[in-house]
Design a protein around this ligand. Structure first.
Ligand SMILES: Cc1cc2nc3c(=O)[nH]c(=O)nc-3n(C[C@H](O)[C@H](O)[C@H](O)COP(=O)(O)OP(=O)(O)OC[C@H]3O[C@@H](n4cnc5c(N)ncnc54)[C@H](O)[C@@H]3O)c2cc1C
Length: 389
């Protein structure tokens, strides 16, 4: 290590993006210090569906088996529907032998990731250590200021989540963009066999997103626009329960467990992704909306891309290019899904066209996972999807 440097890489935030960045960097021989302000295990409001494109990254990190044997159920695809109507089942696409996603209870999943940090001799993990300031490199090392002292590193990976106070402090935040969307999230236990489908039910300006996470537990998130958030004022749990059980009648036989959390608004971007030895990763680098359930897989992939870029003579440029490649089409798919969420007539047409072209929505999911480009769907299929004929 160069004199005056504590680590090659300092990572702020030990969520999926930060831990993946640290693990991949350490495996490339770099010395890494990771700080997170929270004690682990800690929870994180999330839809808890790891899309299939995230699994190869877990496998590379040799964590997939432990997560599956820890009880993460497989996810076969998404059942989309309008309230009160039968849903259509859209299986996940097969790609490189990969098909199923995983239901990941974040409390356990994130704990497993930080546990892996502890098994890596090149990583020093400091939980309950809040980063208070970051000073980009000015010819020398970049610095992270924490309550416990200063960390000098060649580069800093900032993976401090959706609102990313550091992205804001660096003046790189764009958003949140209106119309603002929010999520209300909680867990239910249900005495029923594991249902391997994520279920998304669209109602007026609101969706219910439900998926298995472990044993008899299901995660149920309501995603909605600001105009419907007023309904929750002063009665978050009661109104959440009411809406969830109305739109998903199976929940009438289930028990709500743990707290009900509200999060949002979503849609943030970064005007700069990497500069002065500071890199943004995961939600801190930009997040469109939970509707495609891609955030965790995206964070894992960005962590890997960050570590790979470190070996380049111009890591910032290489990371910016990789980030663009990883996120452009998935963002467009998220924008398309958001359009559907605002327009029930479009959902109805897409569901109708699914009867005749059952592959189209599966292909669209694959584009959202970054498997293929938009040209994978023919003009005829697009017309069918938007016209319903
Ligand atoms: C309602 C909802 C539903 C979602 N559904 C899904 C889904 O089904 N599937 C999916 O893949 N994604 C989903 N997402 C998105 C997913 O939760 C995020 O994309 C993912 O958690 C981002 O990971 P991250 O590592 O970037 O940040 P996070 O997981 O948010 O981790 C950030 C970490 O940074 C730490 N930190 C923050 N500030 C500091 C500081 N100053 N010093 C030290 N540490 C700090 C925090 O303690 C935290 O541990 C959903 C999100 C929401 C809100």
């Amino acid at each position: 290590m160069a004199p005056g440097i504590d680590a090659d890489v300092a990572v702020v935030g030990a969520g999926p993006a930060g831990t993946a960045a640290a693990l991949f960097a350490a495996r490339r021989g770099y010395r890494v210090i990771v700080v997170d302000k929270q004690a682990f295990p800690r929870d994180k409001p999330c839809g808890e569906g790891l899309m299939p494109g995230g699994r190869p990254v877990l496998r590379e990190l040799e964590l997939e088996d432990a997560i599956v044997s820890g009880g993460a159920p497989p996810l076969h695809g998404i059942q989309f529907g309008l309230a009160g109507q039968p849903p259509v089942a859209v299986p996940f696409p097969e790609h490189g032998g990969e098909r199923a996603g995983l239901g990941i209870r974040r409390l356990a999943f994130d704990a497993r990731l930080v546990d892996a940090l502890g098994h890596e001799s090149r990583i020093q993990f400091c939980p309950q250590t809040e980063a208070r300031d970051i000073r980009p490199a000015d010819g020398g090392s970049a610095r992270v200021i924490t309550a416990a002292g200063e960390i000098r590193a060649r580069v800093v990976a900032v993976a401090d989540g959706l609102r990313s106070p550091f992205r804001h402090r660096l003046g790189w935040t764009v958003g949140p963009r209106p119309p603002h969307r929010y999520g209300v999230v909680a867990h239910w236990t249900m005495d029923a066999p594991v249902d391997p489908w994520v279920r998304i039910t669209f109602d007026r300006g609101l969706e219910v997103y439900e998926g298995p996470v472990a044993g008899n537990q299901r995660m149920v998130a309501l995603l909605c626009y600001q105009d419907r958030m007023g309904e929750f004022a002063g009665r978050l749990e009661a109104r959440y329960r009411e809406i969830a059980q109305t739109l998903r009648p199976a929940l009438r036989n289930a028990d709500l467990v743990g707290p009900v959390s509200a999060v949002g608004p979503f849609w943030y971007r970064a005007s700069t992704l990497a500069q002065g030895g500071v890199f943004l990763l995961g939600d801190a680098a930009g997040f469109t909306d939970p509707i495609t359930g891609e955030g965790v897989a995206a964070g894992l992939r960005q962590g890997r891309a960050f570590a790979a870029a470190l070996e380049s003579p111009n890591p910032e440029r290489l990371y910016r290019q990789a980030h663009r490649r990883l996120t452009t089409d998935p963002r467009r798919v998220a924008a398309l899904f958001l359009r559907l969420s605002r327009t029930p007539a479009l959902v109805e047409r897409a569901m109708r066209s699914h009867q005749r072209s059952p592959q189209t929505l599966t292909t669209l999911l694959g584009i959202g996972f970054g498997y293929w480009g938009f040209n994978r769907i023919s003009p005829r299929e697009w017309i069918r999807m938007f016209s319903g004929h």
